[in-house]
Ligand binder design. Structure first.
Ligand SMILES: Nc1ncnc2c1ncn2[C@@H]1O[C@H](COP(=O)(O)OP(=O)(O)OP(=O)(O)O)[C@@H](O)[C@H]1O
Ligand SMILES: [Mg+2]
Length: 253
């Protein structure tokens, strides 16, 4: 059965898009699709595609699910259902639809069985995009940057996961991943301590360090494990994939 993983956090810039792209690479010895459900299109850009060149995107798949198979872009390591800025109109476009929160789930229906894993990137949002992402998913992974505002924002994201679970009982909260982690900072250690006390095993032992290679890889349109295989970032995503997917990740990491 296909695992559909929603990466969510309504705090901006917490490493969601980077997590989607790099976990997808770690799982890419299997059949993997990544879905860009963010009008910023950062995942599409990070995968080396120019959103401005795309005439049809995930928005069209949400509108007409029978078209989804034609909209998937094959990449070197996994497939991409891309986005561009037109997606910003989606909330307005689907506003009167009784099933507006099911649009992504319906869009994925024709192709979901072709993949072992589908990872969905969402914008910092507690509305239409987050509902669609979580409604389509079987697992939620929340990113947490070790900063006070981000920690406070966590409550809203977790409440939303619980709310969507009422209509999508298949969804479970798998992990809260600490990202952009800088262990030299007392603040980081203090937020980590508080979060681990509160959430226990929901927080993986592996943290994603603050590492410039991760940002540089984005500029090169590749996963960090391809751009800088020995970087602390690449090693961390590999370890995290082992922890979250029971060793079911790429053998050569
Ligand atoms: N661990 C990291 N260390 C250093 N830079 C990182 C790290 N993770 C992500 N970045 C960089 O920080 C920026 C924000 O990361 P990313 O886009 O993954 O966050 P996001 O949560 O998806 O943001 P948004 O909420 O805007 O969608 C990007 O430029 C990315 O390359
Ligand atoms: Mg993002």
């Amino acid at each position: 059965m296909t695992d559909i993983i929603a990466v969510v956090s309504h705090k901006g810039g917490t490493g969601k898009t980077s997590l989607v792209q790099n976990l997808a690479y770690e799982l890419s010895h299997q059949r993997v699709l990544v879905v860009d459900l963010d009008p910023q299109s950062n995942l599409t850009i990070g995968c080396g595609r120019d959103p401005g060149d795309l005439e049809r995107t995930v928005l069209h798949a949400m509108d007409t699910p029978s078209e989804t198979p034609d909209l998937v872009v094959p990449l070197a390591h996994f497939d991409l259902l891309p986005a561009n800025l037109d997606l910003a109109l989606a909330e307005q476009h689907f506003a009167g639809h009784y099933d507006r929160n099911d649009k992504l789930k319906d869009a994925l229906q024709p192709i979901r069985d072709q993949y072992d894993y589908i990872l969905i990137d969402s914008p910092p949002n507690l509305g239409f995009f987050a509902f669609n992402t979580l409604t389509a998913a079987t697992r939620a992974i929340v990113t947490l940057q070790c900063q006070p505002y981000a920690y406070r924002a966590l409550n809203g994201t977790l409440q939303l996961v619980e709310l969507v679970r009422k209509g999508n009982p298949a969804l479970h909260l798998q992990a809260i991943v600490l990202t952009m982690y800088d262990r030299r900072l007392t603040l980081t250690q203090s937020v980590e301590h508080t979060a681990r006390n509160r959430f226990g095993e929901l927080i993986p032992k592996t943290v994603i360090p603050s590492n410039v290679s991760i940002a540089e890889a984005t500029l090169h349109g590749t996963p960090v494990a391809v751009y800088a295989p020995r970087s602390t970032g690449a090693v961390a995503y590999c370890e995290l994939a082992k922890e979250l997917f029971n060793g079911n990740q790429k053998a050569d990491g």
